[in-house]
Ligand binder design. Structure first.
Ligand SMILES: C[S@@+](CC[C@H](N)C(=O)[O-])C[C@H]1O[C@@H](n2cnc3c(N)ncnc32)[C@H](O)[C@@H]1O
Length: 439
Protein backbone atom coordinates (compact mmCIF):
# COMPACT_ATOMS: atom_id res chain seq x y z
CA UNK A 1 0.00 0.00 0.00
CA UNK A 2 1.37 3.41 -0.97
CA UNK A 3 1.82 6.07 1.69
CA UNK A 4 -1.35 8.15 1.76
CA UNK A 5 -2.22 11.82 1.85
CA UNK A 6 -3.12 11.42 5.56
CA UNK A 7 0.33 10.06 6.32
CA UNK A 8 1.97 12.93 4.42
CA UNK A 9 -0.10 15.41 6.44
CA UNK A 10 1.11 13.75 9.66
CA UNK A 11 4.71 14.03 8.40
CA UNK A 12 4.27 17.71 7.55
CA UNK A 13 2.77 18.43 10.98
CA UNK A 14 5.55 16.56 12.73
CA UNK A 15 8.23 18.47 10.79
CA UNK A 16 6.50 21.80 11.43
CA UNK A 17 6.61 21.17 15.19
CA UNK A 18 10.32 20.27 15.03
CA UNK A 19 11.52 22.87 12.53
CA UNK A 20 9.33 25.82 13.45
CA UNK A 21 8.32 25.25 17.06
CA UNK A 22 11.53 23.80 18.48
CA UNK A 23 9.98 20.42 19.39
CA UNK A 24 12.36 17.51 19.85
CA UNK A 25 12.57 14.92 17.09
CA UNK A 26 12.26 11.96 19.47
CA UNK A 27 9.18 13.26 21.23
CA UNK A 28 7.40 14.51 18.13
CA UNK A 29 8.04 11.33 16.18
CA UNK A 30 6.77 9.23 19.07
CA UNK A 31 3.54 11.27 19.13
CA UNK A 32 3.20 11.07 15.34
CA UNK A 33 3.71 7.30 15.41
CA UNK A 34 0.63 6.95 17.60
CA UNK A 35 -1.40 8.52 14.79
CA UNK A 36 -0.15 5.98 12.24
CA UNK A 37 -1.62 2.50 12.61
CA UNK A 38 0.27 0.51 9.95
CA UNK A 39 3.83 -0.55 10.86
CA UNK A 40 5.04 -0.03 7.28
CA UNK A 41 3.66 3.51 7.32
CA UNK A 42 5.51 4.11 10.57
CA UNK A 43 8.72 3.18 8.75
CA UNK A 44 7.86 5.67 5.97
CA UNK A 45 7.09 8.34 8.57
CA UNK A 46 10.44 7.81 10.31
CA UNK A 47 12.44 7.74 7.08
CA UNK A 48 10.74 10.88 5.80
CA UNK A 49 11.10 12.91 9.00
CA UNK A 50 14.72 11.90 9.67
CA UNK A 51 15.67 12.29 6.02
CA UNK A 52 14.05 15.70 5.55
CA UNK A 53 15.88 16.97 8.65
CA UNK A 54 19.15 15.41 7.52
CA UNK A 55 19.03 17.29 4.20
CA UNK A 56 16.97 20.27 5.32
CA UNK A 57 19.42 23.00 4.22
CA UNK A 58 19.81 21.66 0.69
CA UNK A 59 16.08 20.97 0.35
CA UNK A 60 15.28 24.50 1.55
CA UNK A 61 17.58 25.95 -1.08
CA UNK A 62 15.82 23.95 -3.78
CA UNK A 63 12.40 24.95 -2.48
CA UNK A 64 13.34 28.64 -2.43
CA UNK A 65 14.48 28.34 -6.06
CA UNK A 66 11.18 26.73 -7.01
CA UNK A 67 8.94 29.06 -5.04
CA UNK A 68 10.58 32.34 -5.96
CA UNK A 69 9.28 33.98 -2.80
CA UNK A 70 8.89 32.44 0.63
CA UNK A 71 5.61 31.14 2.01
CA UNK A 72 3.86 33.06 4.76
CA UNK A 73 4.85 32.17 8.32
CA UNK A 74 1.39 30.80 9.03
CA UNK A 75 1.85 28.33 6.16
CA UNK A 76 4.96 26.77 7.64
CA UNK A 77 3.23 23.39 7.54
CA UNK A 78 3.01 23.72 3.75
CA UNK A 79 6.72 24.41 3.58
CA UNK A 80 7.26 21.18 5.53
CA UNK A 81 4.91 19.26 3.23
CA UNK A 82 6.95 20.49 0.26
CA UNK A 83 10.31 19.80 1.90
CA UNK A 84 9.29 16.25 2.69
CA UNK A 85 7.93 15.90 -0.87
CA UNK A 86 11.29 17.03 -2.24
CA UNK A 87 13.03 14.57 0.06
CA UNK A 88 10.87 11.75 -1.28
CA UNK A 89 11.62 12.76 -4.86
CA UNK A 90 15.36 13.08 -4.31
CA UNK A 91 16.22 10.42 -1.79
CA UNK A 92 13.49 7.77 -1.65
CA UNK A 93 12.32 5.32 -4.23
CA UNK A 94 8.73 6.57 -4.24
CA UNK A 95 7.15 6.93 -7.69
CA UNK A 96 7.12 10.69 -8.47
CA UNK A 97 3.42 10.68 -9.43
CA UNK A 98 2.55 9.27 -5.99
CA UNK A 99 4.62 11.96 -4.28
CA UNK A 100 2.87 14.70 -6.25
CA UNK A 101 -0.69 13.32 -6.08
CA UNK A 102 -0.61 12.44 -2.39
CA UNK A 103 1.09 15.69 -1.38
CA UNK A 104 -1.57 17.60 -3.29
CA UNK A 105 -4.28 15.61 -1.53
CA UNK A 106 -2.57 16.26 1.82
CA UNK A 107 -3.31 19.99 1.42
CA UNK A 108 -6.96 19.30 2.23
CA UNK A 109 -6.00 17.27 5.30
CA UNK A 110 -3.98 20.28 6.43
CA UNK A 111 -6.90 22.69 5.82
CA UNK A 112 -4.96 24.28 2.96
CA UNK A 113 -7.15 23.28 0.02
CA UNK A 114 -6.23 26.59 -1.65
CA UNK A 115 -2.63 25.38 -1.96
CA UNK A 116 -3.24 22.31 -4.15
CA UNK A 117 -2.19 24.13 -7.34
CA UNK A 118 0.93 25.50 -5.68
CA UNK A 119 2.02 22.11 -4.30
CA UNK A 120 1.27 20.42 -7.60
CA UNK A 121 3.30 23.02 -9.54
CA UNK A 122 6.28 23.04 -7.18
CA UNK A 123 6.66 19.27 -7.03
CA UNK A 124 6.14 18.79 -10.78
CA UNK A 125 8.75 21.46 -11.49
CA UNK A 126 11.08 19.86 -8.99
CA UNK A 127 10.83 16.62 -10.92
CA UNK A 128 11.30 18.31 -14.30
CA UNK A 129 14.25 20.43 -13.19
CA UNK A 130 15.81 17.67 -11.10
CA UNK A 131 19.45 17.62 -12.24
CA UNK A 132 19.86 21.41 -12.43
CA UNK A 133 18.06 22.01 -9.15
CA UNK A 134 20.18 19.46 -7.31
CA UNK A 135 23.43 21.14 -8.42
CA UNK A 136 23.91 23.39 -5.41
CA UNK A 137 26.77 25.91 -5.76
CA UNK A 138 29.68 24.90 -3.54
CA UNK A 139 29.88 28.46 -2.21
CA UNK A 140 26.53 27.92 -0.47
CA UNK A 141 28.07 26.01 2.38
CA UNK A 142 24.93 25.31 4.43
CA UNK A 143 22.96 24.05 1.45
CA UNK A 144 25.74 21.97 -0.04
CA UNK A 145 26.97 20.44 3.25
CA UNK A 146 23.54 20.28 4.93
CA UNK A 147 24.84 21.61 8.23
CA UNK A 148 24.52 25.05 9.87
CA UNK A 149 27.18 27.56 8.86
CA UNK A 150 28.40 28.22 12.41
CA UNK A 151 29.12 24.53 12.84
CA UNK A 152 30.89 24.18 9.48
CA UNK A 153 33.11 27.13 10.34
CA UNK A 154 34.00 25.83 13.79
CA UNK A 155 34.65 22.37 12.44
CA UNK A 156 36.94 23.66 9.69
CA UNK A 157 38.94 25.63 12.24
CA UNK A 158 39.20 22.70 14.65
CA UNK A 159 39.80 19.86 12.19
CA UNK A 160 41.25 21.29 8.95
CA UNK A 161 41.99 17.85 7.51
CA UNK A 162 38.84 16.09 8.67
CA UNK A 163 35.95 18.55 8.64
CA UNK A 164 34.50 17.30 5.34
CA UNK A 165 34.50 13.68 6.54
CA UNK A 166 32.79 14.73 9.78
CA UNK A 167 30.07 16.58 7.85
CA UNK A 168 29.59 13.61 5.53
CA UNK A 169 29.19 11.39 8.60
CA UNK A 170 26.59 13.81 9.94
CA UNK A 171 24.51 13.23 6.80
CA UNK A 172 24.82 9.45 6.86
CA UNK A 173 22.50 6.79 8.25
CA UNK A 174 23.96 5.57 11.54
CA UNK A 175 24.45 1.84 12.04
CA UNK A 176 22.61 -0.10 14.72
CA UNK A 177 25.26 -1.01 17.28
CA UNK A 178 24.65 -3.42 20.14
CA UNK A 179 26.37 -3.94 23.46
CA UNK A 180 26.32 -7.62 24.30
CA UNK A 181 25.82 -8.28 28.00
CA UNK A 182 29.01 -10.26 28.62
CA UNK A 183 27.56 -11.55 31.91
CA UNK A 184 25.23 -13.67 29.75
CA UNK A 185 27.56 -14.79 26.96
CA UNK A 186 30.22 -13.70 24.52
CA UNK A 187 29.78 -11.28 21.63
CA UNK A 188 30.84 -14.07 19.23
CA UNK A 189 28.09 -16.36 20.56
CA UNK A 190 25.48 -13.63 20.18
CA UNK A 191 26.71 -12.86 16.65
CA UNK A 192 26.19 -16.55 15.83
CA UNK A 193 22.64 -16.41 17.22
CA UNK A 194 21.96 -13.38 15.03
CA UNK A 195 23.47 -15.09 12.00
CA UNK A 196 21.14 -18.05 12.51
CA UNK A 197 18.28 -15.58 12.09
CA UNK A 198 19.84 -14.11 8.95
CA UNK A 199 21.12 -10.99 10.74
CA UNK A 200 24.77 -10.24 10.00
CA UNK A 201 26.81 -8.44 12.64
CA UNK A 202 30.45 -7.36 12.77
CA UNK A 203 32.64 -7.09 15.88
CA UNK A 204 34.44 -3.83 16.72
CA UNK A 205 38.11 -4.13 17.73
CA UNK A 206 38.02 -1.17 20.15
CA UNK A 207 34.87 -2.32 21.98
CA UNK A 208 34.83 -6.04 22.86
CA UNK A 209 31.11 -6.15 23.72
CA UNK A 210 30.05 -4.37 20.55
CA UNK A 211 28.39 -5.82 17.46
CA UNK A 212 27.43 -3.59 14.55
CA UNK A 213 24.57 -4.86 12.41
CA UNK A 214 24.98 -4.78 8.67
CA UNK A 215 21.32 -3.74 8.36
CA UNK A 216 19.31 -2.30 11.24
CA UNK A 217 16.44 -4.39 12.63
CA UNK A 218 13.72 -3.66 15.16
CA UNK A 219 14.80 -4.25 18.75
CA UNK A 220 11.95 -6.77 19.09
CA UNK A 221 13.76 -8.95 16.53
CA UNK A 222 16.91 -9.22 18.67
CA UNK A 223 17.07 -12.55 20.49
CA UNK A 224 16.56 -12.26 24.25
CA UNK A 225 16.55 -8.47 24.22
CA UNK A 226 13.85 -8.42 26.89
CA UNK A 227 15.83 -10.93 28.92
CA UNK A 228 18.83 -8.56 28.98
CA UNK A 229 21.12 -10.27 26.47
CA UNK A 230 21.92 -7.02 24.65
CA UNK A 231 21.40 -3.27 24.69
CA UNK A 232 21.52 -0.68 21.93
CA UNK A 233 24.62 1.54 22.27
CA UNK A 234 27.08 2.99 19.78
CA UNK A 235 30.60 1.55 19.85
CA UNK A 236 32.12 4.90 20.88
CA UNK A 237 29.80 5.18 23.88
CA UNK A 238 31.03 1.72 24.92
CA UNK A 239 34.56 3.05 25.34
CA UNK A 240 33.69 5.07 28.44
CA UNK A 241 33.05 2.45 31.13
CA UNK A 242 36.33 0.51 30.68
CA UNK A 243 38.35 3.75 30.89
CA UNK A 244 37.07 4.33 34.42
CA UNK A 245 39.06 1.30 35.60
CA UNK A 246 36.63 0.47 38.42
CA UNK A 247 37.55 -2.16 41.00
CA UNK A 248 34.88 -4.51 42.42
CA UNK A 249 32.87 -2.95 45.21
CA UNK A 250 34.01 0.59 44.40
CA UNK A 251 31.90 3.63 45.14
CA UNK A 252 31.12 5.27 41.82
CA UNK A 253 29.08 8.28 40.71
CA UNK A 254 27.58 8.56 37.24
CA UNK A 255 26.78 12.26 37.47
CA UNK A 256 24.70 12.61 34.29
CA UNK A 257 23.42 9.09 34.02
CA UNK A 258 20.19 9.07 32.04
CA UNK A 259 19.15 7.17 30.00
CA UNK A 260 21.71 4.88 31.61
CA UNK A 261 23.75 3.34 28.79
CA UNK A 262 27.13 3.89 30.43
CA UNK A 263 25.86 3.08 33.95
CA UNK A 264 24.55 -0.27 32.79
CA UNK A 265 27.74 -1.04 30.88
CA UNK A 266 29.77 -0.33 34.01
CA UNK A 267 27.57 -2.64 36.07
CA UNK A 268 27.84 -5.36 33.43
CA UNK A 269 31.65 -5.10 33.49
CA UNK A 270 31.61 -5.63 37.27
CA UNK A 271 28.84 -8.24 37.23
CA UNK A 272 26.80 -5.79 39.32
CA UNK A 273 29.47 -5.64 42.05
CA UNK A 274 29.74 -1.88 42.35
CA UNK A 275 28.13 0.76 44.54
CA UNK A 276 26.89 2.98 41.73
CA UNK A 277 24.92 6.15 42.23
CA UNK A 278 23.16 7.11 38.99
CA UNK A 279 22.35 10.81 39.21
CA UNK A 280 20.51 12.94 36.68
CA UNK A 281 18.72 16.26 36.77
CA UNK A 282 15.80 14.77 34.84
CA UNK A 283 13.57 12.50 36.90
CA UNK A 284 11.71 11.71 33.68
CA UNK A 285 14.85 10.50 31.90
CA UNK A 286 15.88 8.48 34.97
CA UNK A 287 12.88 6.22 34.38
CA UNK A 288 14.84 4.77 31.46
CA UNK A 289 17.74 3.94 33.82
CA UNK A 290 15.35 2.08 36.11
CA UNK A 291 13.80 0.23 33.17
CA UNK A 292 17.22 -0.85 31.83
CA UNK A 293 18.30 -1.95 35.30
CA UNK A 294 15.22 -4.10 35.55
CA UNK A 295 15.65 -5.59 32.08
CA UNK A 296 19.35 -6.36 32.68
CA UNK A 297 18.89 -7.48 36.30
CA UNK A 298 21.32 -4.83 37.58
CA UNK A 299 20.91 -2.43 40.48
CA UNK A 300 22.17 1.05 41.26
CA UNK A 301 21.07 3.98 43.41
CA UNK A 302 18.97 6.11 41.10
CA UNK A 303 18.94 9.73 42.27
CA UNK A 304 17.24 12.72 40.74
CA UNK A 305 19.39 15.77 41.36
CA UNK A 306 21.55 18.56 40.02
CA UNK A 307 25.16 17.42 39.79
CA UNK A 308 26.21 21.03 40.29
CA UNK A 309 24.54 21.03 43.75
CA UNK A 310 26.05 18.07 45.65
CA UNK A 311 24.67 19.36 48.95
CA UNK A 312 21.23 18.24 47.81
CA UNK A 313 22.14 14.59 47.07
CA UNK A 314 25.64 13.72 48.36
CA UNK A 315 26.00 11.90 51.69
CA UNK A 316 29.55 13.23 52.16
CA UNK A 317 31.35 9.93 51.51
CA UNK A 318 33.80 10.52 48.63
CA UNK A 319 33.58 8.61 45.36
CA UNK A 320 36.47 6.54 44.07
CA UNK A 321 35.36 7.12 40.50
CA UNK A 322 33.18 9.73 38.82
CA UNK A 323 31.83 9.59 35.31
CA UNK A 324 30.85 13.01 34.02
CA UNK A 325 29.10 12.44 30.70
CA UNK A 326 28.39 16.12 30.41
CA UNK A 327 25.48 17.82 28.64
CA UNK A 328 26.90 19.06 25.33
CA UNK A 329 26.03 20.22 21.82
CA UNK A 330 25.70 16.63 20.59
CA UNK A 331 27.79 17.62 17.58
CA UNK A 332 29.24 14.09 17.46
CA UNK A 333 25.84 12.40 17.20
CA UNK A 334 24.14 14.53 14.53
CA UNK A 335 23.65 11.47 12.34
CA UNK A 336 21.44 10.00 15.11
CA UNK A 337 19.72 13.29 16.01
CA UNK A 338 19.49 15.39 12.83
CA UNK A 339 17.24 17.94 14.60
CA UNK A 340 20.48 19.18 16.22
CA UNK A 341 21.22 20.82 12.86
CA UNK A 342 18.39 23.25 13.29
CA UNK A 343 17.95 23.43 17.03
CA UNK A 344 21.52 24.04 18.15
CA UNK A 345 22.74 27.62 17.86
CA UNK A 346 26.23 28.95 18.31
CA UNK A 347 25.09 30.90 21.41
CA UNK A 348 24.22 27.59 23.11
CA UNK A 349 27.90 26.72 23.18
CA UNK A 350 28.73 29.49 25.62
CA UNK A 351 25.98 28.31 27.95
CA UNK A 352 27.06 24.67 27.60
CA UNK A 353 30.70 25.53 28.28
CA UNK A 354 29.81 27.30 31.49
CA UNK A 355 27.65 24.31 32.58
CA UNK A 356 30.44 21.86 31.75
CA UNK A 357 32.96 23.89 33.71
CA UNK A 358 30.61 24.32 36.66
CA UNK A 359 29.85 20.60 36.81
CA UNK A 360 33.57 19.79 37.00
CA UNK A 361 34.14 22.43 39.69
CA UNK A 362 31.25 21.26 41.85
CA UNK A 363 31.87 17.51 41.49
CA UNK A 364 35.61 17.67 42.16
CA UNK A 365 35.21 17.97 45.99
CA UNK A 366 33.14 14.74 45.98
CA UNK A 367 36.06 12.78 44.47
CA UNK A 368 38.34 10.87 46.84
CA UNK A 369 42.06 11.77 46.78
CA UNK A 370 43.64 9.31 44.34
CA UNK A 371 40.25 8.89 42.68
CA UNK A 372 39.60 9.37 38.97
CA UNK A 373 37.06 11.41 37.06
CA UNK A 374 36.31 10.60 33.44
CA UNK A 375 35.01 13.58 31.45
CA UNK A 376 33.04 12.55 28.37
CA UNK A 377 31.07 14.39 25.70
CA UNK A 378 29.47 13.35 22.43
CA UNK A 379 30.93 16.47 20.84
CA UNK A 380 33.67 17.03 18.27
CA UNK A 381 34.19 20.67 19.23
CA UNK A 382 37.35 21.42 21.26
CA UNK A 383 35.51 24.23 23.06
CA UNK A 384 33.51 21.56 24.90
CA UNK A 385 36.39 19.13 25.27
CA UNK A 386 40.08 20.00 25.62
CA UNK A 387 39.29 23.66 26.34
CA UNK A 388 37.15 22.68 29.31
CA UNK A 389 39.79 20.39 30.80
CA UNK A 390 42.52 22.95 30.16
CA UNK A 391 40.59 25.67 31.98
CA UNK A 392 39.73 23.32 34.86
CA UNK A 393 43.22 21.89 35.20
CA UNK A 394 45.02 25.25 34.99
CA UNK A 395 46.32 26.26 38.39
CA UNK A 396 44.67 23.33 40.17
CA UNK A 397 47.48 21.58 41.95
CA UNK A 398 45.45 18.59 43.07
CA UNK A 399 44.50 17.62 39.51
CA UNK A 400 46.53 15.64 37.04
CA UNK A 401 45.59 14.60 33.55
CA UNK A 402 46.12 10.89 33.02
CA UNK A 403 47.19 9.53 29.62
CA UNK A 404 44.75 7.14 28.01
CA UNK A 405 46.57 3.97 26.96
CA UNK A 406 44.37 3.18 23.97
CA UNK A 407 44.91 2.97 20.23
CA UNK A 408 41.51 4.21 19.01
CA UNK A 409 40.75 7.81 18.11
CA UNK A 410 43.38 10.54 18.26
CA UNK A 411 45.24 12.14 21.11
CA UNK A 412 44.36 15.75 21.84
CA UNK A 413 46.24 17.82 24.40
CA UNK A 414 44.15 16.59 27.34
CA UNK A 415 42.21 13.57 26.14
CA UNK A 416 41.23 11.47 23.21
CA UNK A 417 38.84 12.30 20.37
CA UNK A 418 36.86 10.09 18.05
CA UNK A 419 35.51 12.09 15.14
CA UNK A 420 32.04 11.18 13.88
CA UNK A 421 32.22 8.48 11.25
CA UNK A 422 35.67 7.25 12.31
CA UNK A 423 35.34 3.44 12.08
CA UNK A 424 31.64 4.20 11.70
CA UNK A 425 31.46 5.39 15.31
CA UNK A 426 29.70 8.39 16.82
CA UNK A 427 31.91 11.37 17.67
CA UNK A 428 33.02 11.24 21.32
CA UNK A 429 35.64 12.83 23.55
CA UNK A 430 37.21 11.31 26.67
CA UNK A 431 39.52 12.92 29.23
CA UNK A 432 40.67 11.27 32.46
CA UNK A 433 41.58 13.32 35.53
CA UNK A 434 43.00 12.14 38.83
CA UNK A 435 42.85 13.88 42.17
CA UNK A 436 46.40 13.78 43.45
CA UNK A 437 46.55 11.95 46.80
CA UNK A 438 49.59 13.97 47.93
CA UNK A 439 48.19 17.52 47.65
C1 LIG B 1 24.85 12.95 27.43
S1 LIG B 1 23.44 12.69 28.40
C2 LIG B 1 23.99 11.36 29.41
C3 LIG B 1 23.95 10.02 28.73
C4 LIG B 1 24.19 8.87 29.69
N1 LIG B 1 25.43 9.01 30.42
C5 LIG B 1 24.20 7.53 29.00
O1 LIG B 1 25.26 6.99 28.71
O2 LIG B 1 23.12 7.00 28.75
C6 LIG B 1 23.53 14.02 29.50
C7 LIG B 1 22.57 13.95 30.66
O3 LIG B 1 22.91 15.01 31.56
C8 LIG B 1 21.76 15.35 32.25
N2 LIG B 1 22.04 16.64 32.92
C9 LIG B 1 22.10 17.88 32.39
N3 LIG B 1 22.43 18.79 33.32
C10 LIG B 1 22.58 18.11 34.48
C11 LIG B 1 22.90 18.49 35.81
N4 LIG B 1 23.14 19.76 36.14
N5 LIG B 1 22.96 17.53 36.74
C12 LIG B 1 22.71 16.23 36.44
N6 LIG B 1 22.39 15.82 35.19
C13 LIG B 1 22.33 16.74 34.23
C14 LIG B 1 20.69 15.35 31.19
O4 LIG B 1 19.41 15.22 31.77
C15 LIG B 1 21.10 14.14 30.35
O5 LIG B 1 20.38 13.01 30.75
Amino acid sequence: MAATAGLRAVIAGCLEAIVHQGASLDRELEAARLRVAVVRDQGFLQECVYGTLRFVFGLRFQLQTLLGRPLRKRDAVLECLLLSGLYQLRHMSVPPHAVVDQSVAACKELDRAWATGLVNGVLRNAERQAPALGAIPATLLEASWNHPLWFIERLRAAWPADWAAVLAAGNAHPPLALRVNLMRGSAADYAARLQALGITAQPVAAAPACLVLEKPVRVAELPDFDAGAVSVQDAAAQLAAPLLDVQPGARVLDACAAPGGKSMHLLELLAGNCDLQALDISAERLKAVAASGQRLGLACRITPGDAAEPASWWDGVPFERILLDAPCSGSGVIRRHPDIKIHRQTADLTQLQSTQHKLLERLWPTLQPGGKLLYVTCSVLPSENDDILLAFHAGREDCRVLPLAVTWGRATGYGRQILSGENDMDGFYFGLLQKRPDV
